[in-house]
Design a protein around this ligand. Structure first.
Ligand SMILES: [Zn+2]
Length: 488
């Protein structure tokens, strides 16, 4: 019997907060059992040769939308396969009641088990869910969701308030299927999440994620842009300008300060949003505020994102915004980089900018783009890249150190990446069900050759291997000790 189930040999191993070191990795029972100067190939049942390559901790793509526009089970299958191609081994997906997803509302006590059941057996990556608490009745389910269901994070959409204002006021919005989705609801939700964070915090972080765009300002700017006529993606940026992010962040921070709720400011897209988030953190050092941006806000501008195909909320902006976000990534103000993956078809973008579905996929570019642009072009350290894509999201969302690092005892979620492999982005290169990509034509250097999930090679040389073996991970992980922590 060999000592190790598998081993990754001869690679340069990138350990977050430590650096790049030459070592071999021995794997047993799906976890890392040894980090050694040299492991003999005969000591392992399976050897992955990483000579000339980087070995990174599997990325934790902490902003994902499984099933937002397609059948949930089908989407879980195709889009977690896409994730493996980008070196992602855990996805944390948003789910909420209302329009899209399962197109219904009700208590999570009945709906959440349905969501997990639909994903189980379909996901190629390990997975977890953040939950959008939409109704007054769901507010009382926060403690149950954390304590019993392993949902360590929640979401509030600042701009949905505007959708409620335009709806039949006696029945709430057809979109949110909620009655009073407003700042009052947010305040109550923050109190609930803050209470859960105090109760379960010893086991890992419990937090609330915020989509920050201000509804009333969006209404005014959309009307102005529509009066001027079609403006393409630049018009879309002007219809939801950075000012709406800035004001929304300010509103959110007042309530964060009042409740002490740990928060994540999602997909910051502009120089103004980054400044507002970073200032908020500096002036509220007693609060727990994390900042996120996306691959598309780092990589694209409204001039390069292929028109209507690049429609997303918040919008893709200018080159100056892109540069400001990169500065935030490099100087440490931004904690995490995510894909905000939301698979849809080119036909659903259509011709009308205002009717097109927002969002698109990008998870297969998570490590490739960060290595290509961040490490090879802009001089970020490899450790920093692994922190942005793996360690920081794992810490923010209650998965660390089981996920998010390369250490003895951690899950053997590993990516072997060839920093010399160059490929032009096409829809096919992303292994997704999406038939287009706003990243098309981008030349990217640094692609995974192998992705390992708990010690098993699940993606190799451009193809997914085996059947979906991803597991639901209850968070925060330390809540579930021993053998139970290995499964659901
Ligand atoms: Zn999103």
């Amino acid at each position: 019997m060999p000592r190790y189930q598998s081993a990754v040999l001869n690679g340069t191993v990138v350990i977050p907060h430590v650096g790049a070191v030459r070592c071999d990795i021995g794997i047993r029972d799906g976890t890392i059992a040894a980090l050694a100067e040299a492991i003999a190939p005969s000591d392992a049942a399976l050897v992955v040769d990483a000579r000339g390559k980087l070995v990174l901790p599997g990325a934790v793509d902490s902003h994902f939308h499984i099933g937002i526009y397609r059948d949930l089970a089908q989407d879980a299958r195709s889009e977690t396969a896409s994730a493996l191609a980008g070196g992602v081994t855990t996805v944390l997906s948003y789910f909420r009641t209302g329009q899209h997803y399962l197109n219904k509302s009700g208590p999570y006590r009945t709906i959440f088990p349905e969501v997990v059941a639909a994903t189980e057996g379909q996901a190629f990556t390990d997975f977890g869910y953040h939950i959008g608490v939409m109704t007054t009745e769901q507010l009382d389910e926060v403690d149950w969701l954390v304590g019993e269901q392993g949902v360590g994070s929640f979401k509030y959409y600042m701009f949905y308030k505007g959708l409620n204002l335009t709806a039949d006021s006696t029945r709430g919005s057809a979109y949110t299927m909620a009655d009073t989705y407003d700042l009052g609801h947010l305040y109550l939700l923050m109190r609930q999440v803050a209470a859960a964070a105090r109760k379960y915090g010893a086991h890992g972080r419990v937090s609330l994620s915020l989509h920050c765009e201000q509804a009333e300002l969006i209404r005014v700017f959309i009307e102005e842009v529509k009066r001027r006529g079609p403006g393409g993606l630049e018009g879309y940026h002007e219809a939801r300008p950075p000012l709406t992010e800035q004001l929304s962040i300010a509103e959110a921070l007042v309530l964060t300060d009042a409740t002490g709720c740990p928060v994540n400011l999602l997909h910051l897209s502009s120089a103004e949003a980054l400044a507002a988030g970073a200032d908020g953190r500096r002036t509220h050092p007693h609060l727990d505020i994390r900042l996120e941006t996306t691959l598309h806000h780092l990589a694209l501008t409204h001039a390069t994102a292929h028109g209507i195909l690049g429609k997303v909320n918040p919008p893709i902006r200018t080159d100056a915004d892109r540069e400001a976000l990169w500065r935030g990534v490099l100087d440490g103000r931004i904690d995490t980089v995510v894909s905000d993956h939301a698979c849809c078809a080119e036909a659903e973008k259509g011709e009308d900018l205002w009717k097109a579905l927002p969002g698109f996929g990008g998870t297969a570019l998570l490590y490739p783009y960060l290595v290509s642009e961040g490490y090879l072009r802009r001089g970020a350290t490899l450790a920093r890249i692994a922190e942005l894509a793996s360690a920081n999201p794992a810490r923010a969302f209650g998965l660390y150190p089981r996920k998010g690092t390369i250490a003895v005892g951690s899950d053997a979620d590993l990516v072997v990446l060839d920093p010399n492999r160059e490929q032009v982005v096409t829809p096919e290169a992303l292994h997704s069900a999406q038939d287009f990509t706003p990243f098309a034509g981008m030349r990217v250097r640094g692609w995974p050759t192998h992705t390992l999930l708990r010690g098993q090679v699940v993606f190799q040389d451009g193809a997914v291997r085996g059947t979906p073996a991803g597991r639901y991970v209850k968070r925060p992980v330390a809540l579930h000790a021993g053998a139970k922590a290995r499964g659901a």
